[in-house]
Design a protein around this ligand. Structure first.
Ligand code: TPP
Ligand code: MG
Length: 1035
């Protein structure tokens, strides 16, 4: 397997006098080593220069030489070599070589060394021992006893690595000897059984010696086994940082380091009592309810509490957690300390829901709780993020929320706010989002300065064995890519678990990097309490039936150690059972279920005390001319001295400057003005996504790069106003699922931030579909949690082929909650309709409208996700510009933009009213002009698709009483907006007229790859739109 060294051929047996037996036990080990080796070589006394006072010095020299022969003077080198090679007394010493004749002296020394085979042997043996130590450090975890059932291999491999002298059963001497024999006969290290009692100097890369710097080989192996092959398997040697490796080695190798006080043991037992009895209580009361209990991994509760205690001790005061179904109720009850009656009443099917929306099942809801940490006596806030069923999807959301909380409290190093992510073994290995999330962990704009990951590794995923669920040895291997240490631990050894949790928390607070605790456990029941596991895992479950619960085992241990006595233990149990019973009684008084009690991110001050918006109006989103001009000027300048920008960019900025002078804005400038003005009002803005700093289409340029100094940048947006809010713009990793989830989490933390995620092209959002489907669309309905995230999705059919064309508007529209068949009865569509919707979907055709919709997002008294289909070619289209007048005070977002040309002057005569959205408007107006049909055809743009502007469109239709109505889109008929718009338009007009379609035919792909076909299709749809006979006879 891992052949570190093959020097068997050189093996020479040492003499009997070389054994450790003659060592004087009361001397320091270091001296013993030297004396021992010296005693079979040249006796010390025979050397004329060795006296009592010099012997310490000589020893120092000797150890230095053992480490590295070149580190001592040549004369010492020769002396030690000769002495160890058995030179007769008085002859080992040779006078130092004359400086001038250094070369000849070296040759002489070399020849002497070659003549002395024992020197080679000594060096080789030390190297062998060093290799052996290293082998344990690298591969010891493969033989650690991690499975509490004792039948499975946590690394899916039952073999023992070839370079480890270990027995699987430590008590079986015969196995141990056989193993040793295989290594020696196989020649792995060149050591044999007789070497076991020889003393070896320990390298600086191990701490097994404690205060000793040399140990007999037998003891070295024993200590390595204690450190690496018991109930803890440490995986860390892939970490490419010496200091970090040393830190871990010290934590696990130092003899006797895993000590607990009786007080700590009692706390641990009490926590296990709570964890275990909570599940038992639920099982007693609701035996036929799904709860995804923690049985088999009850140790998770003390594990999490230990991580929190230790982190709190190190200064953390806010912990944000994410976790799947397994043990979630237990975590809520015993880690976050949600009132038990609130949990129990969730099991009552007769309770009515008090809140809007559909709510969610009990094992998905989140929670937020502030309390005193009893161990550290410090305040601590704990938040568990609500999660969908989609395993691991909450990971990046938790990270994003953590980053935001750190950002808002100025915690730039993650010293106060941290996250803990809990995973299942199958999901951790199988879900790609885990990898994407790990890859955010060290990026400057995304790092949360270390997450503690805890894996509930019950060695099964629903009905699937690990062997069928992953190709990696452990479910945790994904963490290796970011150099996170991984601590595997047998979950039936609660003290070992506590130990690694302490180390994990310390690691995070020392290095601010991710770390993984892998709790190797079992699942006592089926996947849920209703599931029969014997169908698929009969042998495993036979073993599980025999397995004593960890609480019982640990209690027996502590009783036998005299740490607690039996009555104390029983008292602890009945105390907690009573707490549960009393809470159960109280839960029966609950009449109504309040999902809002399960909020993971309250926004204090944003809503009224009963959770309502403070008003139901939205102020004008316009700005004064001065503000517009000021932002425009900064956007077209380099606001710092001695900064050289690219010549091309200089031209771009000059053009911007000219636009500002002409009081016009293009898309990029409109975005600048929206952002810049919100920053002035103290609203933090964060724009994240692939290449957003420059903009995929090179239109944005929010980060300027000095052309002469590497990495020197300037972000003019941060030079707008004194005391402005900070602007964050960050190119992300090439991930959609991870990054969108992260930004959603960031947006959760505060309502006073505009958080935007931009897709490189709109179609790429589908790799983040889970975040859209499970969080953004239904988040408020499921979890009463609002979120104002903005998605910018470049969209448009521009002859670029089936990829890069469609942001799939049909999908977003299909998930809108407004009823196509009901004309809403509202006094105020502008705000009320927004309040009722699950998200807002817009396709702006002008920069001014884009500007307004971004500002409205913050000026609204509530938060809704905003989906914006953004342009590509329109970014530079000369007609797609707005005037300052469209952005002044009093102006606002236009949900529709009615026709204002000749047709609108004479509406009775208008023959056709075309509705459209987005870029096709410019194709339509050009065609209409070319055909001279301005008086015949009116074109109305629907800018806010959802919620649908029923009220405004009704007015529009009534204005053109004799016009045919048609919907025109450039997307294929089964895509785009048609299926959404048509029934709503029909409802608007009370189905009085048909609504015709002018657009592409249905298709499987979003667009043709052939440019000519693209243009032909476009012309065909324009022909349909303007041929006034096109719909004749179709009715
Ligand atoms: C993304 C996703 N795919 C499939 C499922 C269905 N599912 C629910 S639990 C589960 C097994 C999870 O196994 P593991 O991660 O080991 O957690 P455990 O239940 O063993 O604690 C599966 C496949 C899911 N919830 N999410
Ligand atoms: Mg599992």
């Amino acid at each position: 397997m891992f052949h570190l060294r093959t020097c068997a051929a050189k093996l020479r047996p040492l003499t009997a006098s070389q054994t450790v037996k003659t060592l004087s036990q009361n001397r320091p080990a270091a001296a013993r080593t030297f004396q021992q080796i010296r005693c079979y070589g040249a006796p010390v006394a025979a050397e004329p220069f060795l006296s009592g006072t010099s012997s310490n010095y000589v020893e120092e020299m000797y150890y230095a030489w053992l480490e590295n022969p070149k580190s001592v003077h040549k004369s010492w080198d020769i002396f030690f070599r000769n002495a160890n090679a058995g030179a007769p007394p008085g002859t080992a010493y040779q006078s130092p070589p004359p400086l001038s004749g250094a070369l000849s002296a070296l040759t002489q020394a070399q020849s002497l060394v070659h003549a002395q085979p024992n020197v080679d042997k000594l060096v080789e043996d030390h190297l062998a021992v060093q290799s052996l130590i290293r082998a344990y450090q690298i591969r010891g975890h493969h033989v650690a006893q991690l499975d509490p059932l004792g039948i499975l291999d946590a690394d899916l491999d039952s073999s023992v690595p070839a370079d480890i002298i270990s027995s699987t059963d430590k008590l079986d001497l015969a196995v141990f000897q056989e193993r040793l024999r295989m290594l020696t006969v196989g020649g792995f290290y060149g050591l044999d059984e007789s070497d076991l009692d020889k003393v070896f100097h320990l390298p600086t890369t191990t701490f097994i010696g404690g205060k000793e710097s040399a140990l007999p080989l037998r003891e070295i192996i024993r200590r390595l086994e204690m450190a690496y092959c018991q109930h803890i398997g440490v995986e860390f040697m892939f970490i490419n940082d010496l200091e970090q490796c040393q830190w871990i080695r010290r934590k696990f190798e130092t003899p006797g380091i895993m000590q607990f006080t009786n007080e700590e043991k009692r706390t641990l037992l009490a926590r296990l009592v709570r964890s275990t009895r909570f599940e038992e209580f639920l099982q007693r009361k609701w035996s036929s309810e799904k709860r995804f209990g923690l049985e088999g991994c009850e140790v998770l509760i003390p594990a999490l509490k230990t991580i929190i205690d230790k982190s709190s001790e190190n200064g953390v005061d806010y912990v944000i957690m994410g976790m799947p179904h397994r043990g979630r109720l237990n975590v809520l009850a015993n880690v976050i300390r949600k009132e038990l009656e609130q949990i129990f009443c969730q099991f009552d099917s007769k309770l009515e829901a008090a809140d809007e929306g559909s709510g969610d099942v009990k094992y998905h809801l989140g929670m937020y709780h502030r309390r005193i940490n009893r161990v550290t006596d410090r305040n601590i806030t704990l938040s568990l993020v609500a999660n969908p069923s989609h395993l691991e999807a909450a990971d990046p959301v938790v990270m994003g929320k953590t980053k935001a909380e750190q950002f808002y409290c100025g915690d730039t190093e993650g010293k106060k706010v941290m996250s803990i992510l809990i995973h299942g073994d199958a999901a951790f290995a199988g879900q790609g989002i885990v990898y994407e999330t790990f890859h955010l962990s060290d990026l400057p704009s995304y790092t949360t300065h270390g997450t503690v990951h805890v894996v509930v590794n019950n060695q099964i995923g629903f009905t699937t064995d690990p062997r069928m669920a992953r190709s990696s040895p452990y479910p945790t291997d994904v963490a290796r890519v970011v150099n996170a240490p991984i601590f595997h631990v047998n979950a039936d050894d609660p003290e070992a678990v506590m130990y690694v949790c302490n180390v994990a928390a310390e690691w995070r607070s020392t290095f601010h990097k991710d770390v993984v605790v892998d709790l190797v456990c079992y699942r006592r029941n089926g996947h849920n309490e209703m599931d029969e596991p014997m169908f698929t895992q009969p042998l495993m479950y036979k073993q599980i039936r025999k397995q004593k619960p960890v609480l019982q085992k640990y209690a027996e241990t502590l009783v036998s150690q005299g740490v607690v006595n039996q009555p104390e233990y029983e008292e602890e149990i009945s105390k907690y059972d009573k707490i549960c019973e009393e809470a159960f009684a109280r839960s029966k008084d609950e009449k109504i279920l309040h999902i809002k009690h399960w909020l993971d991110s309250p926004w204090p001050g944003f809503f009224t005390l009963d959770g309502q918006p403070r008003s139901m109006s939205c102020p004008s989103t316009g700005l004064t001319e001065e503000v517009l001009t000021h932002i425009g000027n900064v956007a077209s300048s380099v606001p710092v001295e001695n900064f050289t920008i690219h010549g091309g960019l200089r031209r771009i900025l000059k053009t911007r400057g000219e636009m500002v002078k002409n009081r016009t804005v293009d898309w990029a400038l409109a975005e600048y003005m929206a952002f810049g003005s919100l920053l002035k009002d103290g609203i933090h803005i964060r724009l994240s996504g692939q290449d957003v700093e420059r903009g995929t289409f090179s239109h944005r340029h929010h980060v300027l790069h000095d052309q002469n100094v590497d990495k020197k940048i300037c972000i003019p947006m941060n030079h707008l106003w004194p005391n402005q809010a900070p602007y964050t713009v960050c190119n992300s990793s090439l991930s959609e699922y991870g990054v969108l989830g992260f930004e959603l989490g960031f947006a959760m933390a505060s309502p006073n931030a505009l958080v935007l995620w931009e897709a490189q092209f709109g179609d790429f959002h589908n790799t983040a579909q889970c975040i859209i489907d499970q969080f953004i669309c239904p988040g408020q309905a499921k979890w009463v949690r609002q979120n104002g995230i903005v998605l910018l999705l470049p969209h448009g059919m521009e002859g670029m082929g089936p990829e890069h064309s469609s942001a799939r508007p049909e999908r977003f529209l299909q998930m809108c909650n407004d009823d196509p068949d009901v004309f809403p009865k509202l006094d105020d569509f502008d705000v009320r309709q927004l309040y009722d919707c699950n998200w807002i979907v817009v396709n702006c055709s002008t920069p001014a409208n884009f500007f307004h919709v971004l500002r409205r997002q913050i000026l609204l008294p509530f938060r809704k996700p905003l989906i914006v289909f953004t342009p590509k070619s329109l970014l530079r289209h000369p007609e797609a510009r707005s005037n300052f007048d469209d952005m002044l005070p009093g102006s606002s977002f236009q949900r529709i933009i009615p026709d204002n040309g000749p047709a609108s002057q004479n509406p009775e005569k208008t023959k056709r009213l075309l509705f459209c959205t987005g870029k096709v408007y410019y194709d339509l107006t050009r065609e209409r002009q070319a055909r001279n049909m301005e008086a015949d055809v009116a074109i109305t743009r629907i800018e806010q698709l959802s919620p649908f502007p029923f009220d405004l469109l009704q007015k529009e239709v009534l204005k053109y009483p004799n016009a045919e109505l048609a919907w025109c889109q450039e997307e294929h008929k089964n895509q785009g907006y048609y299926d959404y718009v048509k029934p709503r338009l029909r409802t608007t007009i009370d189905r009085a007229k048909p609504v015709w379609y002018a657009g592409r035919d249905p298709a499987a792909a979003p667009a043709t790859g052939n440019k000519k076909t693209h243009l032909t299709e476009l012309q065909r749809l324009l022909d349909t739109a303007f041929n006034l006979d096109s719909f004749k006879g179709l009715f």
